[in-house]
Design a protein around this ligand. Sequence first.
Ligand SMILES: Nc1nc2c(c(=O)[nH]1)N[C@H]1C(S)=C(S)[C@@H](COP(=O)(O)OP(=O)(O)OC[C@H]3O[C@@H](n4cnc5c(N)ncnc54)[C@H](O)[C@@H]3O)O[C@H]1N2
Ligand code: MOO
Length: 425
Amino acid sequence: MTNRLPLTAPSCSDDHDPEALHVETAQQRIIAAITPLSDTEAEYLPLRESLDRVLADTVVASMDVPPSPNSAMDGYGLLGTDLPVQGSRELRVIGSSYAGHPFPGRVTAGECVRIMTGAVIPAGVDTVVAQEHVQLLEAERICIDGRSKTGDNVRRAGEDISQGQTLLAAGHRIGTADLGLLASVGMTEVRVQRRLRVAFFSTGDELRGVGESLAPGQIYDSNRYTLYGMLMRQHCQISDLGSVPDDPAALRSTLLAAAPHHDLIIATGGVSVGDADHVRRVFAELGELNFWKVAMKPGRPLTFGRLQQAWFFGLPGNPVAVMVSFCQFVLPALQQLAGTATTPPLTVKATSTSVLKKRPGRTEYQRGILSYDSAGNLLVSKTGEQGSGILSSMSKANCFIVLSIEQTRIEPGQIVTVQPFAGLL
Ligand SMILES: Nc1nc2c(c(=O)[nH]1)N[C@H]1C(S)=C(S)[C@@H](COP(=O)(O)OP(=O)(O)OC[C@H]3O[C@@H](n4cnc5c(N)ncnc54)[C@H](O)[C@@H]3O)O[C@H]1N2
Ligand code: MOO
């Protein structure tokens, strides 16, 4: 084979490869290389349609929420100076304030108003006594005791949001609470970044699509399905370019056709050193290779670079390697492109209940099931066989067990680092 990039074969006892970048270095190189999308193609969307989109503008609150002081309880609104220090006191009920129907007058000493939760606090009132703490007397009179204190059950204007404050910053991905937050200041539409355009294709002469029949040596293409799922979860605008044969000319034309119309191109397979692994070589001829190979398992031959204005990931073909490298590298790249904060995934510590086999030299992402024992301690067990072709290990898992580069065999009872799938997949 010609034109092969050098590969230093790891020894049998460890997996060290001096050419492979550490995971953190590779992540930093990706973040450093990518500049966020400009907002020239940002669009206005009706509020509900903006769910999961990225804000193009910082939103400043145009009003206080709540706009007026209001009651937190159903009860009686009165003056704090009327609260008895000891014993009880009678007050005269002069009217009522309901949510949407404020009391128009002023309350003075010796008086009170019937008030409902959410109703505007009338002028003069600074305290609401819950009705459970009030004794009803005849002829519009009540009796209160010394249990309450001035200011009780009054929600001040702007206690949630104050006019002029930054409500949500540009680059924030709009979540479910944010839809309510934006509605609470009366916004009908928001300006959001366009969705990221991501093309993906698989490579391999052995691949057939679902619905086709398999000849000997052929397998179904599963990578385009996991990629579809992961990209849809990230709200990308996707182009599935299908399965491309192990043919440099076909790879070349697929890459060149996709580059002008996409922010990111993802290929799977063909990035290792086999005679039919053309993806990295073809990419390196056409574009700028940023790095090849990361000291991780699975996912070592990962390839990253740029082709015209599109970023490129050549993910290793093994189905688990695709998912692991997507989570660790494609996700931060998408976040960086979208201009959202690139926060590392949350990790927790858990006690392993399994023996975890590992050789030094690569960070490993084993697939685990995170659970609690009866005392509330976090436990994690591995999902059986851990080969990078064992996709069922991902399907059974709810977390990655992240074993650091120099870590070796883990015994049951040892504490390990775990990355839950929530927010990743
Ligand atoms: N001599 C060496 N061989 C290999 C090395 C190495 O360092 N030296 N690295 C191994 C590692 S680690 C990985 S990961 C793989 C990655 O290789 P490729 O990216 O070139 O992937 P392929 O060879 O094309 O495929 C690997 C495997 O995955 C299956 N596959 C591929 N695409 C799909 C798909 N779309 N759906 C389902 N399954 C797919 C493919 O049939 C192979 O079994 O290289 C090792 N070799
Ligand atoms: O790096 Mo590979 O993904 O171990 O099989």
